[in-house]
Ligand binder design. Structure first.
Ligand SMILES: [Zn+2]
Length: 498
């Protein structure tokens, strides 16, 4: 189970909660994000967009969520996107065969194992039905995880909800390549929902049936995999790689490229950018690793895969797959659609290769929340706060009038509106004691709070409070915007405010 306190906080504050839960029969694996939860979620996407899309010169699309069956014939999902499931003969409950075995032997069971292999392991390891404890199973079967949707009145156009956001990117590639003046490399990104009919959704956001992905497919000329114009920016930067059978360790991009640990500099460069992005979510580098997957563990389309994982109380959680997909997807779509998806560069015609960075939005949310959770005792009182960076927290600042009377409310409201118009994300609260108001914004991770009190009426200063240290400073109202901007962009730390 996820660290209870994190999930309790999320439920208590309505950051996320089960979808349609007024109905007892609502299926599991679907989640709603409440007001502050959806702000945090948006900020997580926005940080990715700013750091890993716009700064890299990628383009972003918004593709349709329902796509025709041929797309998934070409992508291989109809044939290969299966989970091995096994049914108990006694109580009829269904389970993922690989997970049952993995839980029992406490080791990874490759998803790609053939079903007879799994039958054998179930026998060998004396696996029991988790529900009724019987040891009587039907043969393991492959279950396709895509959700089918029938389109049109006659329902004769089989379509599917996309199981990953990237297929629209492959379908749009040629069009965008031409719009992009026929230049490679070309990165195409998308953030949106994907759907998988998980047999046993669990661990709240971590294994859901509808989930957000933020993905980029980088199309490049395979002959130029070592040509990275911005290489100088990362070459001495150390990425935490976990090579097959080894412990994770920081290796500089230069060394990674020299020793040919990855297929080329382009791969090392983007892995470095991913690690730098997650540092901005406040994930410590020592809790991150890129785990090399071996043949059995990789997805069917990948030549090389590095799973980006973060350590939490639940163990290592996969947040992003970094896949070298070669020309698998474009070649597949070209074959089934009979459209030419090749490009021409310097007189040579070829199908571009693809390096993919595919991250889970809710997983990133969960991990950022889990690692931001703080509980401490101060002066005999316990408090909980979320140590979110300013760019992730739902609001940058809260504005409170000390009391509602004597004109303080109106003045505080004016200040709130002024900050709001300066494009800061601001929260206003006038209800309850100041202490309770601080506690409330601490629990949703708001880094700063401003209190407008009686002195403010005379000397035009307000109290600025720092969430983590709980320290307070008196600052001039007219300097507040600039101070907040500097704090939020880390050009100033709270203790250095004069
Ligand atoms: Zn059973």
């Amino acid at each position: 189970m996820p660290k209870e306190e994190t999930v309790n906080l999320a439920l208590r504050r309505g950051l996320f909660y089960p979808a349609a839960d007024v109905y007892a029969n609502a299926p599991g694996g679907f989640w709603d994000f409440g007001p502050e939860g959806s702000k945090i979620r948006r900020n997580i996407i926005q940080l990715w967009r700013s750091e890993l899309v716009e700064k890299e010169g990628f383009v972003e699309i918004h593709g349709a969520q329902i796509l025709p069956e041929d797309v998934f014939k070409a992508s291989g999902h109809l044939e290969n996107f299966n989970d091995p499931i096994v049914q108990c003969r006694k109580c009829n409950s269904l389970n993922r065969a690989d997970k049952l075995i993995a839980d029992k032997i406490d080791d990874i069971v490759p998803e790609s194992l053939a079903t007879p292999e799994l039958d054998k392991m179930i026998e060998e390891h004396k696996i029991e039905c988790p529900k009724c404890k019987a040891r009587d199973f039907n043969e393991v079967k492959k279950f396709n995880m895509m959700m089918r949707v029938d389109i049109g009145a006659t329902g004769d156009q089989p379509c599917y909800l996309r199981p990953e956001t990237c297929q629209s990117i492959f379908l749009d590639f040629k069009r965008l390549y031409q719009l992009h003046r026929g230049d490679l490399p070309l990165g195409i990104s998308q953030a949106g929902a994907s759907f998988r009919n998980e047999i046993s959704p669990r661990n709240t956001l971590l294994r859901a049936r509808e989930f957000g992905q933020m993905e980029t497919e980088i199309f490049f000329n395979p002959d130029k995999i070592d040509e990275v114009p911005q290489w100088g920016e990362v070459k001495d930067y150390k990425i935490n790689l976990m090579l097959l059978g080894k412990k994770a360790k920081g290796i500089s991009c230069e060394e990674v490229a020299k020793k040919k640990i990855v297929s080329g500099k382009l791969v090392a460069y983007y892995i470095a950018r991913v690690q730098q992005l997650y540092e901005k979510y406040n994930i410590p580098v020592e809790k991150m690793r890129f785990r090399e997957l071996d043949k059995d563990e990789k997805a069917f389309y990948a030549k090389e895969t590095w799973d980006f994982e973060v350590e939490t109380d639940l163990g290592w959680i996969e947040l992003m797959a970094c896949n070298y997909r070669t020309d698998y997807d474009l070649a597949g779509h070209s074959k089934i659609s009979k459209k030419d998806l090749m490009v021409n560069e310097g007189g040579k015609k070829f199908t571009p290769h693809v390096f993919e960075l595919s991250a889970g939005i809710a997983r990133t949310f969960y991990v950022a929340l889990d690692l931001a959770f703080r509980k401490e005792k101060r002066g005999g009182e316990e408090r909980i706060f979320l140590d979110f960076p300013a760019r992730v927290s739902p609001y940058l600042v809260a504005v409170f009038p000390l009391v509602k009377k004597d004109g303080l409310f109106e003045k505080a409201r004016e200040l709130f509106e002024e900050l709001n118009e300066s494009s800061f994300s601001v929260f206003f609260d006038e209800k309850g004691s100041i202490g309770k108001r601080y506690a409330r914004v601490d629990e949703i991770g708001v880094p700063y709070a401003v209190t407008f009190d009686y002195d403010s009426m005379n000397d035009k200063t307000v109290t600025l409070r720092d969430r983590n240290s709980m320290n307070q400073k008196r600052v001039k109202v007219k300097e507040l915007s600039e101070i907040l901007w500097k704090l939020s962009t880390q050009k100033l730390s709270f203790k250095d405010i004069k």
